[in-house]
Design a protein around this ligand. Structure first.
Ligand code: GLA
Ligand code: ZN
Length: 685
């Protein structure tokens, strides 16, 4: 529901703008704190993520805490009107801790224990590590609970990875015992362990997947990944326990990483007060910027949907270059990419990092203040411009969007698809395929929710479910009721093939979805790149599609049961057989794409479908290539973000009804010119 959400902190009800701030690296540089404060005010920043990797500075020896440097930084920030998103330091352990308690060091899948070094590589189970984390977090909370600068907790940093130590493996077995109610036979059956005779006769025989052990028991892989998400969530809950106890009113978050594969963020999200994520697209690379733009937009939308539309934080982005090729953001791109986050629901724009390190691997990564140390740089000016722009967007703060369209992008489905070794490896194309469908909506300025199978489907007009291979319990029934009540479902090849344990549905694919799709999938043909086949639109098909479209490597051979055929294969032994079908079910419809397709087909298909369904659009206008429009609203006021990711000027005709430019206050009608990387934020009058 479109509504107005409260600001992240009532202490500062405005857009947050800031960066990771690591004063612990500069303790020995006299005068630098004061200089940082001078520069921060110049840059129009107002919130810093403080001390993310500072455990060694906070607790230089076991049990001896040093807060002086942090007191100074927190006080200086507050005195200068800047707030603190204070970090808990678990992402990087002090050396003494690893030395004294080797169990905190992560064990890799090959069962080799890591040495001290790097970061985000601890054991998530180790009781001593959890205790040490709780202690330092408690000390921080006790010390800063009444500090006026404190507005949020930045818990750890980018949780990632798995640990395969004995403690983790034992915890995995305990988790399995609960899941399978102590019934090993049940687990053996669910995992189909009779395949290659892998039947377990005792719980102790179960080991997590390993490169030199089990790799091919897909249900084991799935349960291991589910357990790791659970274990990281438990670790996070352990981290926030003292924070919630001592500072119950300060929101907690941990920075996520877009479509990071190894953690099902939908499971972690309920324990975050606000979602935050780190975004590092490679602008100006070998894909055109508009492609980077819709890939990035897809991830922003995931983050907005992790808490049902609640605005999120863009916790990290780079003001110039990231790692690898150090390609700089071209003029205009920093502001545009920051506004892009806002357009999709961010209430903050933050960077990694404030001041470039002098040493270490990130010394040449983009930062607000470079090694020159002053404000007279292009990047500093770009950042200042973002700050000044955000200051004019108070009316947008807390607004969101309620799209009519949702795409199902599901982590568990993704894990299962990734494991498929047959059907040409096309299973691994899940994210890209989902984004290809998303693009068709993005380029038409149609807001989209990206949800997983656990979401409530009611309320959407159109649900797109690319490659819904693993069907979780309850999903088929929810989709049935959605379509029955008048919803439209678009679903593709590789759907309805396995259950939550990766066991194939028997009796004919697409298993539990067969009734609503109205076809039986008999076989799947995967083609080499040099193989050509086409799909030809049938005469007088209900979508008025015409012409032919090249397939892209997957052609399912299907038998329409209750569905009607809209397009057929052109060549090969299955020429003339159904490739695109539609099934009426209750008052709704289900479109089934039996083939993997190219852009030209998706463009034609969605063009026709959207004319019929008429989902909510940000603005009633035809958008030229590279331009998108997004919407934020509180249900009363509506803000349209028009953004041009093309490398040339573009024109958009928004009609004569009238908008106000939020940044300049001027009224705007009819034709709008958007310069290269230009944007406008318009309030509908
Ligand atoms: C991640 C980390 C940061 C920094 C950046 C560099 O997002 O959270 O600490 O390493 O990458 O891009
Ligand atoms: Zn472990």
């Amino acid at each position: 529901m479109a509504k107005k959400y409260p600001p992240i902190s009532s202490k500062y009800p405005h857009f947050l703008h800031g960066a990771d701030y690591n004063p612990d690296q500069w303790k020995d540089t006299p005068g630098i704190l004061g200089e940082d404060m001078r520069l921060m005010k110049l840059a129009h920043v107002n919130a810093m993520s403080v001390g993310i990797f500072s455990w060694a500075a906070l607790e230089p020896e076991e049990g001896r805490f040093e807060f002086g440097w942090l007191d100074e930084a927190m006080d200086a920030l507050y005195e200068n009107g800047i707030y603190a998103i204070l970090a808990t330091p678990s992402a990087a352990r002090p050396a003494w801790l690893s030395q004294k308690y080797p169990e905190v060091q992560q064990v890799r899948p090959d069962r080799v224990r890591a040495l001290f070094g790097e970061r985000q590589n601890h054991c998530y189970t180790s009781p001593i590590f959890r205790e040490k984390v709780r202690t330092v977090n408690r000390k921080l909370a006790e010390r800063y609970k009444d500090h006026p600068a404190l507005i949020a907790w930045h818990v750890s940093n980018e949780y990632m990875g798995y640990c395969n130590c004995e403690l983790c493996e034992a915890a995995f077995r305990d988790w399995l015992k609960i899941k399978y109610e102590n019934d090993l036979d049940r687990l053996n059956k669910a995992w189909w362990t009779s395949f290659w005779g892998h039947t377990y006769s005792s719980w102790e025989q179960i080991e997590a997947p390993a490169p030199h052990g089990s790799k091919t028991l897909h249900a084991l892989n799935l349960d291991w990944k589910r357990f790791c998400t659970h274990n990281i969530t438990e670790f996070y809950k352990n981290e926030i326990a003292p924070l919630k106890e001592i500072t119950p009113d300060i929101p907690v978050t941990t920075n996520l990483m877009g479509t990071y594969p190894d953690i099902n963020y939908h499971q972690l999200a309920p324990y975050l007060d606000v979602i935050s994520w780190d975004n590092y697209p490679r602008w100006h690379s070998d894909s055109p910027d508009r492609e980077i733009a819709f890939n990035t937009a897809f991830k922003h939308d995931i983050n907005r949907c992790l808490k049902d539309g609640q605005p999120f934080m863009l916790m990290e982005s780079t003001p110039s270059n990231t790692h690898g090729m150090a390609k700089l953001k071209r003029p205009g791109m920093h502001l545009l990419s920051s506004i892009q986050a806002v357009a999709h629901g961010a209430d903050t724009v933050q960077y990694f990092q404030w001041r470039k390190n002098r040493g270490g691997v990130e010394k040449f990564h983009g930062a607000v203040v470079g090694h020159s140390g002053h404000e007279n740089t292009r990047v500093f000016k770009d950042v200042t411009e973002v700050g000044k722009t955000l200051e004019k967007l108070d009316s947008v703060l807390g607004t969101t969007v309620s799209p009519d369209v949702a795409i199902i992008y599901d982590w568990e489905n993704r894990w299962a698809l990734n494991d498929i070794v047959a059907i040409g490896g096309h299973g691994r194309d899940y994210e890209n395929t989902s984004v290809q469908h998303y693009k068709e909506l993005w380029k038409r300025g149609i807001p989209v929710d990206i949800i997983d199978q656990t979401a409530d489907f009611a309320g959407y007009k159109l649900i797109v479910a690319p490659m819904l291979y693993l069907v979780r319990p309850g999903t088929a029934a929810k989709l049935e009721s959605f379509v029955e009540k008048g919803g439209t479902l678009v679903i593709t090849y590789f759907s309805g093939m396995v259950d939550e344990n990766d066991l194939c549905f028997l009796g004919g694919f697409p298993g539990p979805l067969r009734k609503i799709i109205g076809v039986w999938v008999e076989e799947t043909d995967t083609l080499y790149e040099y193989d050509e086949n086409y799909v030809t639109a049938c005469e007088n098909n209900e979508l008025d599609l015409s012409g032919e479209y090249r397939t892209a490597g997957v052609c399912e051979l299907v038998h329409p049961e209750t569905a009607s055929v809209l397009a057929v294969y052109k060549d090969d032994f299955y020429a003339g057989r159904a490739a695109l079908t539609v099934n009426s079910f209750g008052s709704g419809k289900v479109y089934y794409m039996a083939f993997k397709n190219n852009d030209d087909f998706l463009t034609a298909f969605y063009g026709r479908l959207i004319e019929r369904i008429k989902p909510l659009k940000a603005v009633d206008a035809d958008l030229p290539e590279g331009v998108t429009a997004q919407l934020r609203t509180d249900g009363e006021r509506e803000f349209v973000f028009l953004m041009n990711f093309a490398t040339e000027e573009r024109c958009v005709n928004i009609g004569g009804k009238g908008f106000k430019d939020v940044l300049t206050g001027e009224s705007v009608i009819n034709e709008i010119r958007l310069q290269k990387y230009g944007f406008r934020i318009l309030e509908r009058l």
